[in-house]
Design a binder for this molecule. Structure first.
Ligand SMILES: *Cc1c(COP(=O)(O)O)cnc(C)c1O
Length: 476
């Protein structure tokens, strides 16, 4: 496809296709190719980018763009679309993303505010999520890149509630935050970004998979006595390393008794709210939190990126971010109408339409299909634990939700186990058989599966464990 042709009509845009009909044909065939790639995701595990990747992607290389997409772009993806991808916590994507992406491209919506359909769609998505989390009518939210950004937004709202003049005067010294040991690094990063310094994040020990509430209370009292300003408790619903849940009701009690803000990191784990029992009850109490950060791009499977900052009281949310200089004045009618404007709820002014991915997904598959997929993943993590043990491996933490951590050969000493597990993870990734990541549990680098993958079948779980056994024989 020629993209550099100078328009023969000097009035025509140089940035629209010169020949829409030819472009349409090429775009249709690319669409078909992309649909096929998703339909056959099982045939497309991760593969390492080629040696000459930098040259292939170089800007200005020229050549036929569609051919470059076929040869250089589509094959070298991150692998998370594959049914045996369980590394880190990554969503697998949905066919509805094709619909969302096409419409998003056609409309090029800017969802910072004003009066147009995309904002209404975002309100609908937030309202649906608010109800799933048990939040009241007066809650508010904003779609963001992901939980990392949502955490910044939530903690800033917490701080403005605690210090009414923060926006004009800057921060008082001495704010402190509380989270379990093993809290996701996003919390620490958010605190750093707020200019507080991450020493202010007090890491509370974990007991039986939950933040030790007595230790939490004691630490808050001790900090107060020392002149600090305890600000917020960060509860975890689905810990990144082992998928554990804090007792959110207990944390809400502490927050109530001490006057602290309760924020919940529910990046993936908040979605067990949709699952069957017993997983559904893991998040009990989440409706009592002052804020929740969660992702649609992990367990809700929509295309990257899409997360949500949800704030229980809209007034807290607005107080932290709203500002309307002259060039952003609203109006009762016309394009400058519409309320609220999402720029009043977060960092971004210009923002794309992330909601359309969620909206298309829920309307195409229905909420029940997501609930089923999430329940199935929890069952599969439990299956993985049982089947790993049946093959002589050891599970290193209770499988409470969708995460299974295990070591291939518990008879070895910890350092050798760690080397073996890391080598197995690498071998299975390189051979395209399965993607586990690794994490450290009780001093052992273990294999870790966080199953947020709607394409995973029980047979995939078994086949991957067989591959681990095989790899243990070859790399061990
Ligand atoms: C992924 C994750 C985050 C960070 O979310 P992003 O969407 O990657 O920004 C935070 N907390 C937990 C528990 C996570 O799994």
């Amino acid at each position: 496809m020629t993209t550099k042709k100078v328009p023969s009509d000097p009035a025509a845009s140089p940035l629209d296709p010169q020949d829409w009909s030819a472009f349409r044909d090429r775009a249709h065939s690319l669409l078909d190719q992309c649909l096929t790639q998703m339909e056959t995701a099982r045939d497309h595990p991760w593969q390492a980018p080629p040696e000459d990747a930098a040259a292939r992607y170089a800007i200005g290389k020229g050549g036929d763009l569609m051919t470059r997409i076929t040869d250089d772009v589509l094959p070298f993806h991150g692998g998370n679309t594959h049914p045996r991808f369980w590394g880190w916590v990554q969503g697998a994507g949905l066919a509805s993303d094709f619909l969302a992406g096409m419409v998003a491209a056609a409309l090029n919506a800017n969802c910072g505010g004003r009066n147009h359909g995309a904002n209404e769609m975002e309100r609908a998505v937030i309202d649906w999520t608010r109800r799933k989390m048990g939040y009241p009518d007066g809650a508010s939210g904003v779609l963001v890149t992901g939980t990392s950004q949502a955490t910044v937004i939530a903690l800033q709202a917490a701080r403005v509630r605690a210090q009414g003049n923060l926006r004009s005067e800057g921060t008082l010294p001495g704010y402190t935050f509380y989270a379990r040991e093993g809290v996701h690094n996003a919390a620490r990063k958010a605190i750093e970004l707020l200019g507080v310094g991450h020493k202010a994040l007090r890491l509370i020990p974990v007991q039986d998979g939950r933040m030790d509430v007595a230790a939490l209370r004691a630490r808050i009292l001790k900090d107060r006595a020392a002149g600090h300003r305890p600000l917020a408790i960060i509860g975890t619903a689905g810990s990144v390393d082992v998928g554990a849940y804090d007792d959110l009701n207990a944390l809400a009690d502490v927050a109530r008794d001490t006057g602290l803000w309760l924020h919940v990191d529910g990046a993936f784990g908040a979605w067990t709210r949709l699952a069957d029992a017993p997983w559904r009850t893991l998040t009990d109490g989440i409706d009592r939190a002052d804020s929740i950060a969660l992702d649609f791009h992990k367990w809700m499977s929509v295309g990257y990126d899409c997360g949500l900052a949800l704030i229980r009281d809209e007034a807290d949310h607005r107080a932290a971010f709203a500002a309307r200089p002259a060039y952003l004045q609203g109006a009762d009618q016309g394009l400058a109408g519409g309320d609220p404007w999402f720029c009043d709820y977060g960092i971004d002014l210009s923002r794309g339409n992330r909601a359309i991915k969620v909206w298309c997904a829920l309307e195409m598959f229905g909420e029940e299909a997501f609930a089923d997929a999430i329940t199935r993943n929890c069952r599969q993590a439990a299956l993985m634990g049982r089947e790993a043990q049946a093959r002589g491996m050891a599970v290193l933490a209770p499988v409470v939700s969708n995460v299974c951590v295990f070591t291939a050969d518990p008879a070895l000493d910890p350092a050798d186990q760690s080397r073996l597990n890391a080598a197995i993870a690498e071998e299975l990734q390189l051979s395209g058989q399965a993607v586990f990541s690794t994490t450290l549990v009780d001093g052992v680098t273990c294999l870790r599966a966080a199953i947020v993958n709607h394409r995973t079948t029980d047979a995939d779980v078994i086949a991957a464990l067989e591959a681990v056994v095989q790899a243990n024989g070859s790399v061990g």
